[in-house]
Design a protein around this ligand. Structure first.
Ligand code: NZQ
Ligand code: ZN
Length: 386
């Protein structure tokens, strides 16, 4: 097991009717920027619950944060906070709104051009506007981690950043909010969380027995509830297990003491930036092909995953590992994922060239748990995804 520090200060408030607790969770002297997305919160009753809980507070609303939130839009929210001297942000939405709140939180007092936070990947360790969240879409884990992913429209870049000052002060997670989610977003949530676990688990054996069991149990739970929850989001037990699995998949716990490989996400972000494909769907396109191209590096853990999550029998590591990839593809298919880039765009021919070049320019030349995912391997993975 590798050395680690575990730090997570977010107060996670989980369950039915918990939005009402906002009145005690928000600091009493808060002058609040209420950040939200395209307006789903007005149709599903979440806004009404938030407004009722925060009656009497000084609230300025800022809507229009896009899926894959734009730097350009968020800078307008930064201006509002500066002009009105607000001192708290409440994000009400999915991963995009929460990630947007993290960027705004970091940018308001940033000494320099806030675009550098993204392009120079500056770690944010202090000087932030505190924020809390009301989660409306289980998927990203952003409600309980300190990472964020923002799109710069002008340059078509989707870049991540983070830092220990960017954990939400609190996150309210009421599983009942998922009843209004379209099936596509529910499917996305399951696959995003599943891939988060895979990126922290499917590396090489590191003697982290408990972390492996944590990871496998999240995968098993997602396999158990995923296909049903997308058709029955009003089943509270399914919704609660889905939501908690998504949070646990990326709140830092399972990555402690183990190597990680975030290349499926790194390539996926390029596909979203280029073709506007939903985040989770890019992961389904890339993940299985990355496991194939990096098979020799990952086969021990692939076989462990196959045996423990999919109950695949057999003595041959290679054979069980291959069947584990096939089982993953079948699961993604059950969850409504299309796994070829050609299902989303006809203009894919230069994608591998573009991404290989961009990774080289950024100096992303030695990635993955063994630092052996080079831009030419990235090219092979992307070409296999056409
Ligand atoms: O904008 P509104 O109107 O709210 O509609 C949203 C949006 O259109 C809708 N929605 C959300 N909750 C709803 C709802 N519709 C009905 N009922 C509800 N209860 O769903 C659509 C998608 O929302 P979005 O927030 O974009 O989805 P998601 O939560 O999947 O977030 C995706 C973003 O998170 C980033 C992704 O890259 C992407 O930008 N990620 C953030 C991570 C992190 N911070 O740790 C990790 C992830 O790997 C991921 O990269
Ligand atoms: Zn993700």
């Amino acid at each position: 097991m590798l050395n680690f520090e575990l730090y997570n200060p977010t107060n996670l408030v989980f369950g039915k009717g918990q939005i009402a607790k906002l009145k005690t969770l928000v600091p009493q002297d808060a002058k609040i920027l209420l950040l939200y997305g395209g307006g789903s919160i007005f149709k599903n009753g979440v806004y009404d619950q938030v407004a009722a809980a925060l009656e009497g507070f000084d609230i300025t609303e800022f809507g229009g944060v896009e899926p894959n939130p734009h730097f350009e839009t968020l800078m307008k929210a930064v201006e509002v906070i500066r002009e009105k001297n607000l001192n708290f942000i409440l994000a009400v939405g999915g991963g995009s709104v929460i990630d947007g709140a993290k960027f705004v939180s970091a940018a308001v007092k940033f000494d320099g051009d806030p675009i550098d936070i993204l392009q120079k990947q500056i770690r944010i360790v202090d000087n932030v506007v505190p924020f809390g969240t009301v989660l409306t879409l289980p998927a990203t884990g952003s409600e309980m981690n300190s990472g964020s992913v923002i799109t710069i429209q002008r340059t078509h870049e989707k870049l991540s950043f983070g830092g220990r000052a960017l954990f939400p002060l609190f996150s309210v997670c009421d599983p009942e909010v998922i009843t209004s989610l379209p099936k596509r977003q529910l499917q996305n949530g399951v696959i995003d969380a599943y891939t988060h676990v895979m990126e922290q688990y499917l590396t090489y054996p590191a003697g982290a027995m408990l972390q492996d069991r944590f990871a496998e149990s999240i995968l098993q739970t997602l396999v158990e509830v995923g296909p049903s929850v997308v058709d029955n989001p009003d089943d509270y037990t399914l919704a609660a297990n889905f939501m908690w699995s998504c949070t646990m998949a990326l709140n830092g716990l399972i990555q402690k003491g183990v190597p990680t490989d975030w290349v499926t996400h790194m390539i996926g972000h390029e596909l979203t930036a280029l073709y506007d494909i939903d985040h989770a769907r890019t992961l389904a396109i890339i993940g299985p092909n990355l496991y194939k191209v990096m098979f020799d590096t990952k086969k021990e853990k692939l076989a462990q995953y196959g045996r423990r999550v999919w109950n695949i029998q057999g003595d041959s590591t290679e054979e069980v590992a291959k069947q584990a990839i096939d089982a993953t593809i079948r699961f993604f298919d059950t969850m409504g994922m299309k796994m070829q880039l050609s299902a989303y765009t006809t203009e894919y021919a230069k994608t591998a060239d573009f991404i290989e070049k961009r990774f080289n320019e950024r100096g992303w030349v030695a990635m993955g748990e063994r630092k052996n995912i080079t831009p030419d391997k990235v090219r092979a993975i992307v070409e296999m995804s056409y």
